[in-house]
Design a protein around this ligand. Sequence first.
Ligand SMILES: [Zn+2]
Length: 105
Amino acid sequence: MSVALRILDDGAWLSVDDQRRVSVSELWRLDAPEFCDCDLVDFIAEGFTEVSADGREVAVTTYGKCIACGESGVPGRLPVGRIREGSYEGYDRQHVVLRPIERRG
Ligand SMILES: [Zn+2]
């Protein structure tokens, strides 16, 4: 089982098996207390720099900003979907709170 994960257009899209699946300018709600002082971060993604799959979870390293307070930066790797039986399944990113995956090491 292998799924091709790629970042396209200078970080504007995450492509899975040659289909554009996640785009910047989505508004995500993050539980990332280290990113800014807001209870939940109203995060607008501005670019993807890296994509990884840990086990079955697909995560993108994303930079962007909190539209509530203006803080910008990289909150970490954000889980956007998962691989199930060889195909990609996106999370309902508009309606859940995403939690950055801790960096390891
Ligand atoms: Zn904020």
